[in-house]
Design a protein around this ligand. Structure first.
Ligand code: HT7
Ligand code: ZN
Length: 887
């Protein structure tokens, strides 16, 4: 199996003008017939027409209307090569496939008795022999033949005809007017029902919107429909981009490897990213659904109308679309405080998930240079760091400049397959700037570190700011070059107010937040008229995906946490303060022996004061306070330490939470009471924020074994009119090992048993269980749950909810000193790899950062990786991950 290199890209020698597909749907033996018009290119290198295949068999091949002869074609590895195509030629191929046994969920597969396709990245070749590469765009016409009881027969584009065949089966004919790459092809057939709405678009046209679900999920699509309409309106208003089809469909399925897929006009979604009501979705789920619906819809322009030349350009559509989705979500939230909460969450996600990737063996630039299995490159680097890179264009050029650049890019490349450089060029040319240095963001991996030092000259009233950047170097590669990093800064005076910023050489001050263009290894700026001792607020709004190394005293951090006018940086200061406090606590703990009053270490008073002040600060929204004050995730704490010691992180987290809960009891109780949300459940940001703050406070109180809080948590579960409160009660009880935990888990199991989405949440709750002497170990419990009636062993959502969630929890229950957690990981990776390599590879990635763990654990992780690697039958997906991790 081979490595694909970006630099080896060669344009195809043939285009496919059109393809007519006919599907005869039979579970174990579906027949697919394709008639394509193949056009050789004038500048072609060869007359060989190259088609890819994977797990399909061919029943016939016709070339130019005639049965093919043996010498006319050849099978070479995973390709079919048809020779001598030197003029426009009709090629007809028939394949046989087996959707029933397709458990990889790539290509055409069955979800219960329904047919679903997933073609990104290379699934179409599992349906039909085809130049299955994103730079071959064709027009599709699709005929579906299916049994009579299959009500919904769907494909891309416009419905031309539907009815009954002479043999009693149903048929439908679809025509997609837009040329598209094969990865955007989709077909859905089965027993689905639709919620539909007709809307008028900004350009005056009407469009039919449909959301299809299995009948049992009818009534759970209102929120998704509203989200879709909001997304359509937002793209019209912000970018003037209209829906270009008469009909836009979304289908929900329980069997899906990822979140959703942007197939042209027929988006297919994992049910968990569409279905919602107060009973089955939490506030977080509602927000996520709105974002994912918008994300897939936005792909219609950034991904579908303009697609990627090759898979190395994946971030061209994904980074850009994540950025669009983030901007949409922020605009829907409206208030500065709510927008800041969203930004804080996104940056936390980046730090917890992308930073470790960039620091580990899978580190790659947002535009990777080589891969073995493209499915392994749907990463947080391509998506989230990619979105940060796109955000920097907007930081550099402003919203208007960004819009101009995006529209220029779409104008230039509409209906074609483009590259990241094309995007950059459209941006720089429409803004009259040279971005050649900026392009390094696409080719250099690793999180840049920016060290910050500053000096205030009291006599001259100047502040000299020096930034130094260092970028990760990789063995065997050229030394990294300095990047162009936009650094937004503010300076606070000793009154806590922003100082007007005036750089040396400027006549007048210009604003209180300035974006510095930092494009050398080291650079210095001098600010004038700084009359009182200043404090720097660096990287406001998180202006670049870097680590700012800056030495603040605890007092300075507390000051910034109370005063910074930039709400993102205000949270950042409190975050730094919390991590400093945790580090100090760990040092104190490490000085103690195993039985030496390990829980008698105090949490600093200054920290508690700052915490309490923020908690009481009514000028800040509850959502914002909740986001600041919730105790950091164990993985987030681990990520900022040099050596990862899961048991130590757990001990410290539990103790600190307990101490906060004890010392601030009265204030926390007061907030629990004040944050009530009486009346009907509404998933709006204000109510959701109140719930979040109430849950944060209850969490600290629960860790302090506060009996009143335990009562309240039990009541919260029992009397809740929404899942957010119920699930919070469960999470807190399980994490704090409250005596009511098992009782609540049992109640939930009974109440939720008919709803797969809820049972998946129930499974996930078990990954938060703590060691306890009386109970079975958590590893055994998780293993036992793989035999639970609600656990479907082949279903990705179940695997992610139980196994992946447990492995990713980062706690000592998985990272056990006897290695039993890793044993479960080995078995899970190997058994999943037998039927779904994509999902197995995601499980496999959990141990890739083994080198960062304390030696006793890291040795066992290494052994587990070696053991998996010793298996001869590994899929290329898992092999790539394991070999990367080991070597
Ligand atoms: N573009 C979609 C990616 C996707 C995918 C990739 C590989 C295997 C299965 C998949 N399902 C969806 C999702 C998106 O980013 O919008
Ligand atoms: Zn996407």
């Amino acid at each position: 199996e081979s490595i694909v290199h970006c630099e080896d890209y060669a344009a195809p020698d043939h285009n496919v003008e059109s393809i007519h597909l006919t599907f005869d749907l039979v579970p174990n033996q579906t027949t697919v017939t394709a008639r394509m018009i193949v056009i050789p290119k004038d500048d072609r290198k060869s007359d060989d027409f190259v088609l890819y295949r994977d797990d399909v068999s061919m029943t016939y091949l016709k070339i130019g209307g005639k049965d093919s002869l043996p010498g006319q074609y050849a099978f070479v590895a995973d390709k079919l090569i048809i020779h001598d195509i030197s003029e426009p030629t009709e090629i007809e191929i028939q394949t046989r496939i087996n959707p029933r046994t397709n458990l990889q969920l790539s290509g055409l597969y069955m979800s219960r008795n329904n047919y679903i396709t997933q073609c990104e990245a290379e699934g179409f070749r599992r349906i039909m022999y085809f130049p299955d590469r994103p730079d071959v765009l064709a027009k599709y016409r699709v005929v579906i033949h299916a049994p009579k009881d299959y009500k919904a027969l769907l494909s891309n584009g416009n419905l031309m005809e539907q009815g009954e065949l002479l043999d009693g089966r149903n048929y439908a004919i679809w025509d997609d007017p837009f040329p598209k790459p094969s990865y955007l092809f989709a077909l859905v057939a089965g027993n689905f029902v639709a919620q539909e709405e007709t809307i008028k678009l900004a350009n005056g046209k009407e469009a039919l919107l449909q959301i299809w679900t299995e009948p049992s999920n009818q009534g759970k699509t209102d929120f998704a429909m509203q989200s879709l309409i909001k997304a359509i309106r937002w793209d019209e208003e912000r970018f003037g981009l209209n829906l270009d089809l008469d009909r836009f469909m979304i289908v929900a399925t329980d069997d899906f490897n990822m979140g959703a897929m942007e197939n042209k006009g027929l988006n297919i979604f994992n049910s968990k990213c569409v279905l919602a009501d107060s009973r089955i979705a939490t506030d977080e789920d509602f927000a996520r659904i709105e974002s994912v619906i918008a994300h897939e819809y936005f792909h219609n322009w950034t991904g579908d109308r303009v697609t990627c030349r090759d898979w190395f350009q994946l971030s061209l559509k994904e980074g850009l679309t994540v950025f669009r989705e983030q901007e949409f979500a922020a605009d829907m939230l409206g208030t500065p405080s709510a927008r800041a909460v969203k930004r804080i969450q996104d940056v936390r996600y980046l730090r917890t998930n992308q930073f470790p990737e960039d620091a580990g063996p899978m580190a790659h630039p947002i535009r990777p240079e080589s891969y073995r299995q493209i499915d392994n490159f749907y990463t947080t680097t391509v998506y989230e760091k990619g979105a940060e890179v796109v955000r920097m264009y907007q930081t550099l050029f402003g919203k208007e400049g960004f819009r101009r650049g995006l529209l220029e890019y779409i104008n230039r490349f509409d209906g074609t397959a483009a590259t990241c450089s094309d995007f950059l060029t459209a941006m720089e040319e429409s803004n009259g700037e040279d971005l050649s240095q900026f392009e390094l963001w696409y080719s250099q991996a690793g999180t840049p570190r920016v060290s910050v030092s500053s000096k205030w000259d009291e006599n001259e009233k100047t502040l000299t700011l020096t930034l130094h950047q260092s970028n990760r170097s990789f063995p065997g590669r050229a030394a990294p070059k300095p990047l162009l990093i936009p650094v937004s800064i503010g300076i606070l005076g000793d009154d806590g107010k922003d100082i007007e910023l005036q750089l040396q050489g400027e006549d007048n001050p210009d604003g209180t937040t300035r974006t510095l263009l930092f494009d050398q290894q080291e650079q210095t700026w001098v600010f004038e008229n700084i009359n009182s001792r200043p404090i720097l607020s660096i990287g406001r709004g998180y202006s670049a995906p870097v680590i700012f190394d800056i030495e603040y005293t605890k007092d300075q951090l507390a000051f910034l946490a109370r005063n910074d006018s930039d709400l993102f940086n205000r949270a950042e200061a409190f975050d730094r303060l919390t991590l400093l406090m945790i580090d100090q606590y760990i040092l104190d703990l490490q000085k103690k022996g195993p039985n030496q009053g390990r829980d008698h270490i105090p949490v600093s008073e200054a920290y508690l004061f700052t915490f309490e002040d923020i908690l009481n600060d009514e000028s800040l929204s509850p959502a914002y306070r909740a986001e600041l004050l919730k105790f950091p995730d164990e993985n987030y704490i681990a990520e900022h330490r040099i050596l990862i010691e899961p048991a130590l992180v757990r001990e410290v987290s539990d103790q600190i939470r307990k101490k906060i809960g004890t010392r601030l009891r009265a204030t926390l109780e007061d907030k629990v009471q004040k944050m009530a949300t009486p009346g009907a459940y509404r998933p709006n940001p204000i109510d959701a924020g109140k719930r979040a703050l109430k849950h944060v406070c209850l969490g600290y109180l629960a860790f302090a074994d506060n009996p009143k809080a335990i009562q309240q948590i039990r009541a919260l579960y029992k009397t809740a009119n929404n899942l957010t409160d119920q699930l919070a009660a469960l999470k807190i009880s399980v994490e704090a090992s409250l005596p009511i935990a098992q009782e609540l888990l049992n109640m939930a199991e009974i109440e939720w048993q008919r709803e797969p989405l809820l049972m998946n949440k129930w499974l996930t709750l078990h990954s938060r269980l703590r060691h306890s002497r009386e109970q079975r170990t958590v590893v055994e419990k998780i293993h036992a749950l793989t035999l639970h009636g609600s656990y479907q062993p082949k279903n990705p959502n179940c695997i992610y909810s139980l196994l992946y969630a447990f492995f990713r929890s980062g706690g000592p229950e998985f990272h056990r000193p006897d290695g039993m957690g890793y044993q479960l990981w080995v078995n899970s990776v190997l058994s999943t790899d037998q039927f779904n390599p994509q999902v197995a590879a995601r499980l496999a990635r959990v141990l890739e950062n083994w080198r960062r763990y304390e030696p006793s654990l890291s040795r066992m992780m290494y052994k587990a990786l070696r053991f998996v690697n010793s298996h001869r039958e590994l899929s290329p997906d898992v092999r790539e991950i394991i070999e990367n991790a080991l070597y």
